[in-house]
Design a binder for this molecule. Structure first.
Ligand code: NIG
Ligand code: FE
Length: 425
């Protein structure tokens, strides 16, 4: 296949046209076409509309044709917050949490992120690439065509860079597009215990310049949290990262209300993520400044924490994105349908808003709304076809994968009926 593809006769073609994040009522407007078609040439969308109109304008012989009768056709999903490159697992911690230990208790005892840091430092590049590839395949099966991935399990120069190199390799060899984020400030490593400032000095002198010079990351992130990095420390690192040309994102107000949301607004971050305890001022600020509110309800679910105030954020004018937060600790799940079920059932989003949040607004959260997140001419031919006639089946069929096939840049890369992932790229 050459990236020339026609999808025709979709019962419901949710185009979600737009080149920037949407807030308020617009998140509900999916701009659906009935009996819809998408035409992709050389990997880029060239026409979208009713099947008859699209077909009248093209030479059918030049295309691979997929008949989507009885199916919903959607933009490829953008998972804008994950930690998918890591060594080891933490199934034991899940059991400890069930017995009443909190995420922060476990972290304070040297478990949590530190335990994954030990395993990731021991993992060589080949094994990080191998496990990363498996996780990308699993994402693709859920319709994810663009994913953000973070470092943050090295907390030393070489391992942080190795995580980013693993993503660079996977970006070249796997069909998914990967947006890499430097999260060297994910925790204070043992070597710097009680010396967070010194650790930040080390990152800023030894790691970040190399990351920026080799363009190994597009974004810089920090775990801005009580007992991890303070507001002032976060400001210092992020401000420096910005001067090196990185875009900004933050783990903000996840466990306690610290003011990370306001900091994201102050620094002009592209997104602020988690936001379980975002303040009213922070929410208003995000709406005004156009900071995407990236909500991660699978994590709240997994940690038994209260959900972020998604409904209120949208009503206040925020552009809300939804992402999985896939990681080995707080949230070992990359289930897009479960994410959508939680967002609709517990955060008050409509199914339409949830779809916008995982497509166009997810794209905006990683600075790529100019390329992906909707079906319209000029964007990449990244398309999801469901086995059901409506996107509404995604939250409704709770936690069950309704994706039948996935097209990346005009090529079929996943087809449930052909046994799953096809590495055609
Ligand atoms: O987004 N909160 C910090 N980082 C991750 C969890 C990482 C881990 O527990 O390994 C999160 O929840
Ligand atoms: Fe995270």
């Amino acid at each position: 296949m050459n990236g020339n593809l026609l999808v025709i006769h979709a019962d419901e073609l949710a185009t979600n046209r737009g080149f920037q994040a949407r807030g308020v009522k617009a998140m509900n407007d999916l701009q659906i076409v009935r009996d819809g078609a998408v035409c992709i040439e050389n990997g880029i969308i060239t026409a979208v509309g009713e099947t008859a109109a699209v077909m009248a304008a093209v030479d059918r012989q030049a295309f691979t044709v997929i008949d989507a009768s009885g199916k919903a056709v959607l933009p490829g999903f953008v998972d804008s917050h994950t930690h998918f490159i890591f060594g080891g697992y933490r199934a034991d911690e899940f059991a400890w949490r069930l017995q009443g230990m909190s995420y922060m208790d476990i972290m304070a005892r040297g478990g949590g992120i530190a335990s994954t840091v030990d395993a990731t430092r021991q993992a060589d590049l080949a094994s990080l690439v191998r496990t990363g590839r498996q996780r990308l395949d699993a994402m693709l099966a859920f319709g994810v065509t663009t994913v953000e991935g973070k470092s943050g399990y090295g907390l030393d120069r070489d391992t942080e860079i190795r995580q980013l190199e693993a993503m660079a390799i996977l970006e070249r060899e796997h069909p998914l597009d990967i947006v890499a984020t430097f999260l060297g400030a994910h925790a204070v490593p043992r070597e710097f215990r009680d010396r967070a400032e010194a650790y930040l000095d080390f990152i800023m002198a030894e790691v970040l310049p190399r990351v920026a010079e080799r363009r190994l990351a597009e974004f810089c992130d920090i775990f801005c949290e009580d007992q991890v990095f303070s507001i002032d420390q976060s400001r210092r690192l992020l401000h420096h990262a910005k001067t090196l040309g990185l875009k900004l994102t933050l783990h903000a107000d996840e466990i306690v209300p610290l003011g990370g949301t306001e900091l994201a607004v102050e620094l002009g971050a592209v997104s602020a993520d988690h936001l379980l305890h975002a303040s009213d001022d922070g929410i208003r600020g995000m709406a005004k400044a156009g900071v995407v509110a990236a909500l991660l309800p699978l994590t709240a679910f997994g940690l038994k924490e209260p959900y972020a105030r998604g409904r209120e954020m949208i009503d206040q004018g925020c552009a809300v994105a939804l992402a999985t937060d896939l990681n080995p600790g707080s949230c070992f799940s990359n289930s897009v349908p479960l994410l959508m079920a939680l967002a609709t059932l517990y955060m008050g989003l409509t199914p339409e808003e949830a779809l916008t949040a995982i497509t166009l607004n997810g794209a905006a959260a990683v600075g790529r709304a100019d390329r992906v997140g909707s079906l319209e001419p000029g964007k990449q031919g990244d398309v999801v076809i469901l086995a059901y006639p409506s996107y509404r089946f995604m939250p409704y069929h709770m936690g069950v994968n309704t994706v039948e096939s996935v097209i990346k840049k005009g090529r079929l890369v996943f087809d449930q009926r052909q046994g799953g992932v096809i590495h055609a790229c």
